[in-house]
Design a protein around this ligand. Structure first.
Ligand code: HEM
Length: 316
């Protein structure tokens, strides 16, 4: 009876992941002791050349974990008739895949065939946060790489137009709570958004308002000038907060002032429970960091793969 209950529990909490396997902090201690320093120095070098890499790696890990678990399915290239996740609409703006390739090459030279791409991505996301001035944590390891990656699955990623109940549903399907939603949305302390991601708030918002009335008016007019109705500047957009290369709690402070970028950010202040968490993280960097670390470990422990790839872009 006990295994049946355990299985039911696993499906209840991780219904979109194909397996739930134990991860551990010391997984590679014997087989690849230099793993972490190798990944860290690769991420560090990449960041020195391009500061936008940190945000890219953090978002890449999130998009990996939300589709088939953290199994590096987001890293696979399209092949033949198969359009991979990478080429699905929400992932077109993912970038810095080369950083994971470089880390994998360096790791393979030291410990061939041992370390999964999924673990390398989880470590790189942690390093991106640390190197941006955020908290550090022990990353549980032992993920396996998946063999399936389909662009159509990226429809399951939460959209920037989602309201609080849609966000809650998307997160709970992956065993993540409202607390996790608020803490992980703090990832928007780093990075950039293209006009298309917040267009809904600044033009034809609804039948009554052209502009989202919850959006701070001066931010709204700024965003409207960067992103006119028929915007044809492909890279036009805005930073996600005013200190977007620094991992801090500015995102929450701005959110309370109607200065967040996406409807899905603004949604966090429309519910009493999530609003209280936003206020808590806005007033304490330490509370935010503790919550973020806890939720990152939870999100990055959704497993799903089967093998160790040799090249992160192709199945074995
Ligand atoms: C709660 C649901 C979420 C939604 C709807 C969402 C949506 C988005 C969208 C639309 C963008 C901008 C894409 C573009 O225009 O290029 C973005 C950027 C970003 N997101 Fe999220 N996101 C969510 C949660 C998260 C989480 C959980 C994390 C990480 C913990 C995260 C980290 C980031 C980062 C770092 C960027 C900037 C990427 C860059 O500059 O390359 N997001 N997000």
């Amino acid at each position: 009876m006990a295994p049946i209950i355990a299985l039911a529990f696993a499906f209840l909490f991780f219904p979109l992941s194909s397996s739930v396997s134990a991860l551990s902090s010391n997984y590679y201690d014997q087989t690849c002791p230099q793993l972490e320093q190798t990944v860290t120095s690769t991420v560090q070098k990449a960041l020195q050349n391009d500061r936008t890499v940190a945000a890219a790696l953090l978002r890449m890990h999130f998009h990996d974990c939300f589709i088939r678990g953290c199994d590096a399915s987001v890293l696979l290239n399209s092949k033949g008739n198969n359009r991979a996740e990478k080429d699905g609409p929400p992932n077109i703006s993912l970038h810095a895949f080369y950083v994971i390739d470089h880390a994998k090459t360096a790791v393979e030279a030291l410990c061939p065939g041992v370390v999964s791409c999924a673990d390398i991505l989880a470590l790189a996301a942690r390093d991106a946060v640390v190197l941006s001035g955020g908290p550090t944590w022990e990353v549980p390891k032992g993920r396996k790489d998946g063999r399936i990656s389909q662009a159509i699955d990226t429809r399951q990623l939460p959209a920037p137009v989602f309201n609080i109940s849609q966000l809650q549903q998307s997160f709970s399907q992956r065993g993540l709570s409202l607390e996790d939603l608020v803490a992980l949305s703090g990832g928007h302390t780093l990075g950039f958004a293209h006009c298309s991601s917040f267009q809904n708030r600044i033009h034809s918002f609804n039948a009554t308002f052209d502009v989202d009335p919850t959006l701070n008016p001066s931010l709204a007019s700024n965003l409207r000038s960067i992103c006119p109705v028929n915007n044809n500047v492909r890279n036009a957009g805005t930073s996600l907060d005013s200190t977007n290369f620094k991992f801090d709690n500015m995102y929450y402070k701005l959110l309370l002032q109607g200065r967040s970028i996406f409807s899905s950010d603004q949604a966090l202040v429309t519910d009493k429970r999530t609003r209280a968490l936003v206020a808590k993280y806005a007033s304490s960097q330490e509370e935010f960091e503790n919550a973020f670390v806890k939720s990152m470990i939870k999100m990055s422990s959704i497993t799903g793969g089967q093998e160790i790839r040799l090249n992160c872009r192709v199945v074995r």
